[in-house]
Design a binder for this molecule. Structure first.
Ligand SMILES: [Zn+2]
Length: 415
């Protein structure tokens, strides 16, 4: 993960010699080539000889030597400025805006090098996520494509208030807070409707928002064309939110089969973040207090059952970690470990790969990435083995491209 070479894509690029997972199909395409223009868009995909013959004569050619090429991964639950209770979090939240932005930029760069080419941020601080998004777009910072909720919203003393969720009470407050995020540039709205792991004064199943408050958030967001995702633990709170039009559920620590059936019926998405109830070493590294670690790991069995219920109900699932995407976990990254857990819980490797590519793009509502097809952005990861038959193949990601630029190439020195 140390290679940081940036090849200037001043001309077009030809990718040859890869087996392609296109983001949806279970059949890997072989003998095909991809042409990418200088702006980072896929402009040709077809039989290798045809694409090479028709390509711009000055196109740079990259031979992937039989490796598997997949759309870059999309992580749907990320906090670049993550500040959990405890020593590591205190350092982050105690810093100046400049300090925090550097922490976020560093996390963004590591995320991209880990093969995550798009993220959905679901709760940041001080509106620095918008500055970071501008920096990445302008090419000043190496990072994934960013979709962000701005600040998360909660009730007074509600989940996340210590980590800069904005507090409100009553529907007027929630209308104003939602509009404020949209004014700043939010792509979606994140609202905490119940307690969670990281608040000492609450329980995972503490109901926190009243119906009129949830309805206010959802109606304003939908009027302005934004989806609403909710931090939620218990089924009782979630059932109310679903009937009010909620789009997506984060964590869902205590979902019954009745609730996951209701989610499927209403087309509500699920981002399980299953790693957060089983990442003991990460909590130790972060120096979180004993009560939090205990609560997180204690939620593990019920959280797992929630994921199994969602799979059994046929709920639409997208991959997200809550942990920093590139953070170490069992010898790989949190992102890859999350995907392995999803398979262990009952999803097929192919469905898990879709949940981190084409399906995640569908939830974001922007399908210019997440699949390999003409017209899509050139965001890719490459690895030796086929992740649609075993997602642990992602442990071998050794090449990352975003918008047609190579950001990581572990084998460059040996070519
Ligand atoms: Zn989170």
């Amino acid at each position: 993960m140390s290679v940081d070479t940036i090849v200037d894509a001043s001309t077009g690029t030809l990718l040859t010699g890869a087996r392609l997972f296109d983001g949806t199909s279970g059949e890997l395409l072989t003998g095909h080539a991809i042409e990418i223009d200088r702006e980072g868009t896929i402009v040709a995909l077809g039989e290798e000889a045809d694409v090479v013959r028709a390509a711009a004569p000055d196109a740079r050619r990259i031979d992937l030597g039989g490796r598997v090429l997949s759309p870059g991964l999309i992580n749907m639950h990320v906090h670049f400025g993550l500040a959990l209770p405890g020593t590591a979090g205190d350092l982050v939240s105690g810093g100046s805006d400049g300090d925090l932005l550097l922490v976020m930029a560093d996390s963004a760069r590591r995320t991209l090098l880990a093969g995550v080419t798009t993220v959905r941020l679901v709760g940041e601080s001080r509106y620095l996520d918008f500055a970071l998004r501008r920096g990445v777009r302008a090419g000043a910072v190496d990072g994934p494509r960013i979709f962000t909720a701005g600040h998360a919203l909660c009730c007074t003393g509600g989940h996340g208030w210590e980590s800069d969720a904005l507090e409100g009470d009553g529907p007027d407050d929630f209308r104003r807070l939602t509009r404020l995020q949209i004014r700043e540039g939010a792509d979606l709205i994140k609202v905490c409707v119940s307690g969670g792991i990281a608040g000492e004064h609450e329980q995972i199943d503490t109901p926190q928002l009243f119906d009129d408050e949830m309805a206010a958030v959802i109606q304003v967001a939908h009027d302005w064309g934004r989806k609403v995702t909710a931090h939620v633990g218990p089924s009782s709170t979630l059932d109310r939110a679903i009937r009010l039009g909620l789009d997506c559920v984060e964590h869902g620590y205590e979902l019954t089969r009745e609730t996951t059936d209701l989610m499927a019926e209403h087309g509500v998405w699920y981002v399980p973040t299953i790693t957060v109830s089983r990442c003991a070493d990460f909590f130790d590294e972060q120096g979180v207090p004993a009560w939090m670690k205990e609560r997180a790991l204690g939620a593990g069995p019920r959280h797992w059952e929630s994921l199994e219920n969602a799979i059994a109900s046929g709920v639409k699932i997208a991959m997200g970690t809550d942990m920093p995407p590139a953070a170490g976990f069992d010898g790989t990254t949190a992102t890859v470990r999350e995907m392995e857990f999803m398979v262990d819980a009952g999803m097929s490797p192919l469905d898990v790969m879709r949940s981190a590519t084409s399906r995640a793009a569908e939830l974001i509502g922007d399908e210019s990435f997440g699949t390999i097809r003409v017209g899509a952005r050139a965001d890719f990861v490459a690895m030796a083995d086929d992740p649609t038959s075993d997602v642990s193949a992602l442990r071998g990601i050794d090449w990352v491209m975003k918008d047609g630029r190579v950001y990581r190439d572990d084998q460059e020195a040996t070519r």
